[in-house]
Design a protein around this ligand. Structure first.
Ligand code: UD1
Length: 405
């Protein structure tokens, strides 16, 4: 574990551990940290990276693109089986919690790091806030759905992106006092960087014109871990790519599986962008730039369903379900499953111009992080009622010296 925390301790401050682990976490945490920096006399925050994602292109490049500070603490857990990875995160994060004695842990999204750090903190009696709570795909074959359920049932603050999420939580018996509809932090980040991304030149460098290519992300186990499923999807994509090239920044999991199944002949590479054109994972800004000008986005990711809704670009989600139904109700998203004919039928509609314009969901306005931090600052976390024996405000609190030792 690498520890580079320079944070000085002011006992009256709210002491927060912000947790990130995998690629989609970074753009969710970035705006929260930015707003927290506006409260130097109220909040001390420490950024913990579990190391679930560790490749330069899956992790560090996002910190650079988003202007995020380097993690104060890197747990360096890396990849592994679900239990192996989750367990390693818990063991390492427990040490951090015991040493840093936070008043609150903030987790985002639905990856293994989200759940592992929630369980660890709660068992130490530390309050936990979940940003992007209440999303439900109702698909227990998705590891993320298990992570969401375990996280939400334990958390003290449930910050939601839309009214569907509020309703899901209520139906699960979560009391109203814990649910805060704040909007979408991922959209905070998108709106902040949108102009910057529009000015980039990658599209030109690749010889592409707006509206004459598609983009693709695909890494879900349900799509890439079974040979026949993956081949069916690739057949559909190859057919679409005979009309417009598909830019495919390949996730390491997908490349590993395509290699193993002998399916890499579907991919093209090199100078000329044609067919299903593959490249290493692309940075946040460059990918937003490409998505903005895409004819359509094909995906199995969660975040892209939301981003395309804001960008007004047709999104074809190659999954049987979505935890983000609002993107279908209001946005540009259609969920079509992973069968070849369905994917092709959806793409055909886009080529025919049969697309929905979509509207922007409530509170996806760039201010979600502000709302979250205001709520935390005003609610005197850790003191209502205090169960944490190092809480700064209550009678049980330990001395600064003890906290620092
Ligand atoms: C994880 C999340 C998923 C999220 C995705 C975004 C869970 C359960 N899944 O899936 O919700 O949508 O991140 O990318 O938390 N690998 C590398 N380099 C890396 C990271 C991973 O090569 O930096 C390879 C390893 O072979 C690893 C595999 O990718 O075994 C899968 O990584 P893992 O973090 O286990 O899950 P993801 O598929 O990335």
């Amino acid at each position: 574990m690498k520890h580079t925390s320079q944070v000085s301790v002011n006992p009256r401050n709210l002491r927060i551990l912000n947790v990130v682990g995998a690629r989609p976490n970074f753009m969710k945490m970035a705006p929260i940290i930015e707003v927290m920096n506006q409260y130097p006399d109220k909040i001390q925050h420490i950024l913990v990276h579990t190391g679930q994602h560790y490749d330069e292109k899956m992790s560090k490049s996002f910190f650079n693109d988003l202007g995020m500070p380097k993690p104060d603490i890197d747990l360096g857990v890396g990849s592994g089986s679900h239990a192996g990875q989750t367990g390693r995160i818990m063991v390492e994060f427990e040490k951090v919690c015991i040493r840093e004695k936070p008043d609150l842990v903030i987790v985002v999204g639905d990856v293994n790091s989200t759940m592992a750090c929630t369980i660890t903190a709660k068992k130490l009696g530390i309050r936990v806030a979940h940003v992007e709570a209440g999303l439900r795909s109702r698909d227990m074959d998705m590891p993320e759905e298990i992570n969401r359920l375990c996280t939400d049932v334990l958390c003290d603050y449930l910050f939601t992106t839309d009214r569907f999420a509020d309703e899901n939580l209520r139906r699960e018996g979560v009391p109203d006092e814990k649910i805060f509809f704040v909007g979408n932090v991922m959209i905070d980040t998108l709106l902040k960087h949108r102009e910057m991304a529009a000015k980039l030149t990658l599209r030109e460098e690749l010889g592409l014109k707006a509206g004459e290519y598609a983009t693709l992300t695909m890494h879900r186990p349900s799509n890439v871990d079974d040979r026949d499923t993956l081949e069916g999807i690739l057949e559909a994509l190859a057919e679409i790519a005979s009309t417009v090239p598909i830019i495919f920044p390949v996730h390491p999991r997908t490349m590993k599986m395509a290699d193993r199944f002998g399916l890499t002949h579907y991919f093209s590479k090199g100078e000329v962008v044609e067919g299903i054109w593959t490249t290493d994972p692309i940075g946040y800004l460059d990918f937003m730039h490409l998505n903005m000008g895409a004819k359509m986005v094909l995906t199995d990711s969660g975040g892209l369903q939301e981003e395309t809704t804001i960008l007004g670009v047709p999104c074809i989600t190659m999954r049987d379900n979505t935890e983000r139904p609002i993107t279908c109700e209001l946005g540009t998203n259609v969920v079509v499953g992973n069968r070849k004919e369905k994917i092709l039928a959806a793409a055909k509609k886009v080529f025919e111009g049969n697309i929905r314009k979509g509207t922007i969901p409530e509170k996806w306005d760039g201010k979600a992080a502000e709302r979250i931090v205001e709520i935390l600052v005003n609610s005197r976390v850790g003191c209502i009622p205090c169960t944490i024996n190092w809480c700064m405000e209550c009678t049980l609190h330990s001395s600064d010296q003890e906290r620092d030792s």
